[in-house]
Design a protein around this ligand. Structure first.
Ligand SMILES: Cc1cc2nc3c(=O)[nH]c(=O)nc-3n(C[C@H](O)[C@H](O)[C@H](O)COP(=O)(O)O)c2cc1C
Length: 250
């Protein structure tokens, strides 16, 4: 199994900052304006730094009403023009999963900066003014701005529903990683992931209806959830997306 480009990509302080942001993050659809100037320059810096191989994150602006499709039973996204485009290059292996990892890192950076965010797959391509290179695909956009009032409490499956055995019997690092996956965002809140544990390996697998972005987001939450326990990530095959192997040394 090939090693994943995420190994060693995030500095320890950055991992700590993003881990702390995981439990504070929620999807924000009502904004009271875009990011302030200093927040925007921090986001621009992060967008460049967080792009894994085959991924591009581009900050852009769209006219109100031009970008987001209105979904039934979901509040329309409004109050900010600013968004990040999440782009992957089809010629780079796993780039669509890596796009989920990089995009979610930007979401957690925004959370740490006090900003609201919302991943959006239901967007109008015509509303996104992004120049794409050959082989690149615009996978999703992420709304970014000053959070407004409202929002809904997080609804999630129980940990036992997404784990193949009782996570209470797993080592603490694996339990914490599973909990961080559990509260990750996913398209239509499908939570299309499964976790299994054996020996020193925590395996993230996909279920029916899962999209590569969702799996990338979950993979980032999984590696952050381990904390400072040394580990490596390796690509899996088929439904087995990524395995996290804890190293023996502490
Ligand atoms: C890849 C992806 C695509 C999403 N697309 C949309 C979307 O098109 N419109 C929307 O309102 N929310 C979208 N969401 C937000 C999810 O509905 C939200 O993450 C989920 O309901 C969980 O809620 P939470 O993020 O507040 O924890 C998307 C999330 C992800 C991860």
């Amino acid at each position: 199994m090939d090693a994943c480009a995420v190994n060693g990509f995030f500095a320890p302080a950055q991992r700590e900052r993003y881990l702390a942001a995981i439990s504070r993050r929620r999807s924000v659809r009502a904004y009271q304006g875009g990011p302030a100037v200093d927040q925007l320059s921090a986001l621009n810096y992060a967008a460049a730094r967080l792009a894994l191989p085959g991924v591009r994150l581009v900050l852009a602006e769209a006219e109100e009403g031009a970008l987001y499709r209105h979904l039934p039973f979901v509040e329309a996204i409004h109050g900010t023009r600013r968004y990040a485009a999440v782009i992957s290059d089809e010629s780079v292996p796993h780039s669509d999963i890596l796009a989920g990892i990089s995009g979610e890192a930007l979401v957690l950076e925004a959370t740490a900066l006090g900003l609201g965010s919302c991943w959006v797959a239901a967007f109008k391509k015509s509303g996104a003014d992004i120049a794409l290179e050959e082989g690149e695909k615009l996978r999703a956009v992420i709304a970014l701005g000053a959070p407004g009032e409202g929002g809904r409490p997080r609804k999630r499956k129980k940990l036992t529903e997404i784990c193949s055995s009782d996570p209470a019997s797993w080592p603490l690092w694996a339990y914490n990683a599973a909990e961080c996956v559990r509260i990750a965002p996913s398209a239509v809140n499908l939570q299309p992931w499964r976790l299994s544990f054996a020996g020193r390996t925590l395996m993230l697998s996909c279920t029916r209806g899962s999209a590569p972005l969702d799996m990338g987001i979950a993979a980032l939450h999984m590696t952050l959830g381990v904390g400072d326990k040394p580990h490596v990530l390796r690509w899996g095959e088929g439904k087995e997306i990524i395995s996290l192997i804890a190293e023996d040394r502490l």
